[in-house]
Design a binder for this molecule. Structure first.
Ligand SMILES: Cc1cc2nc3c(=O)[nH]c(=O)nc-3n(C[C@H](O)[C@H](O)[C@H](O)COP(=O)(O)OP(=O)(O)OC[C@H]3O[C@@H](n4cnc5c(N)ncnc54)[C@H](O)[C@@H]3O)c2cc1C
Length: 328
């Protein structure tokens, strides 16, 4: 076990973890970013052909210009960009290393990963929400044909695919699959396509539904998924349709068990918002901060990269004060 005590460990190398690394570097802190997957692991696992709803300008971090072919960048461009950021700032990261446990030892923390143990004075938790899909808890959801992550359309050519949901991920997938020759049916809980769907996607999906190219069942829930069919509860009653694949685009949620393990309290506000000071982003655990999309708990569409890039600066001004006091 290393006896060295770091100033800061950042858990998660997403865009916001990287901004925290940049701020730590600017302030000469002895820091380390620990990531359980690859650099910007969530973005790496986004659908292959995805285009961001944000402009590249609003995804920029660390004063590194993000030049993309169009105003809104693609996933591939974002991977290239955040690698450039990592390189330009010469950030210190460990990859394929998962933080499993954190223990408080007086004024410091001991972190255990699947590979090593570290000691640190402060922690930023920036673990995102893309690792845990929101389940529907219905019969058949565990079948191998049910996917909670959509990658690319090729595997679905000529297949009967049920897309569950009507937000961005569901609409992107439904359209891409339709254009690649899949027979697409959508099961939508509400009465329409979500108003939050990207403005250049919404009319397209609505028109494909109107002309009958994509079948959509609104005000509908999925009752059961079978090997070769799905059962839907529609306003007209229960129907069973033939089916090869189900793409459950029902959203994702932060790893609340991990927060509990770290000692972070979750608010009783219906969203399990991690308890934190709104100005400093410090949690109920001293010198343990939270940053990025996780700060709004289950309200995952409230915070994104665009509006959480400021978190690193907020954390660092508080942490700097603490370090100055400790030195004096
Ligand atoms: C399909 C999709 C499209 C989106 N498009 C946009 C957009 O256009 N604009 C926008 O602003 N936002 C967008 N978002 C929302 C959000 O901004 C992104 O999810 C973004 O990745 C959040 O950044 P983050 O750094 O907070 O978290 P993440 O990027 O999710 O980073 C968290 C990191 O922590 C790692 N991690 C988790 N647990 C551990 C652990 N125990 N130990 C070590 N590492 C761990 C994860 O592997 C991950 O790499 C989109 C989200 C999705 C799902």
């Amino acid at each position: 076990m290393s006896e060295k005590i770091l100033d800061l460990i950042i858990i998660g190398a997403g865009p916001i973890g990287l901004t925290c690394g940049i701020e730590a570097k600017k302030n000469d802190l002895d820091y380390l970013i620990i990531e359980k997957g690859v650099l910007v692991n969530s973005l790496f696992n986004f659908p292959t052909n995805m285009t961001f709803f944000s402009t590249s300008l609003l995804l920029e971090i660390g004063d590194v210009p993000f030049i993309s072919h169009n105003i809104k960048p693609t996933r591939q461009e974002s991977l290239e960009y955040y690698y450039r950021v990592y390189q330009s700032w010469d950030l210190k990261g460990k990859f394929y290393e998962e933080v499993l446990e954190v223990e408080r030892l007086g004024d410091i923390y001991r972190l255990k990963t699947n590979k090593a143990t570290y000691k640190t004075r402060a922690i930023v938790v920036s673990t995102g929400f893309y690792d845990i899909p929101r389940l529907m808890n219905i019969k058949g959801e565990k079948l191998l044909k049910v996917k909670h992550y959509y990658d690319a359309p090729h595997a679905y050519i000529g297949q009967k695919v049920l897309v569950i949901g009507a937000a961005n991920s569901a609409c992107d997938a439904a359209l891409e699959l339709y254009y690649k020759g899949a027979e697409v049916t959508m099961s939508v809980r509400g009465e329409s396509i979500s108003h939050r769907v990207k403005y250049w996607i919404k009319p397209n999906i609505e028109n494909r539904i109107k002309e009958g190219s994509i079948t959509a069942h609104f005000n509908t829930t999925v009752e059961e998924i079978k090997e070769d069919a799905v059962v839907l509860n529609t306003p007209e009653g229960q129907i069973e349709i033939e089916n090869n694949w189900v793409l459950a685009m029902t959203g994702y949620q932060p790893n609340f068990d991990f927060f509990r393990k770290l000692g972070i309290e979750l608010a009783d506000d219906g969203f399990l918002t991690p308890v934190h000071n709104k100005e400093t982003l410090e949690t109920n655990m001293p010198s343990m901060y939270i940053a990025g999309v996780i700060n709004s708990g289950l309200q995952t569409s409230k915070l994104f990269i665009e509006n959480t890039r400021i978190h690193a600066g907020m954390i660092m001004s508080d942490l700097k004060k603490k370090i100055e006091v400790a030195v004096v």
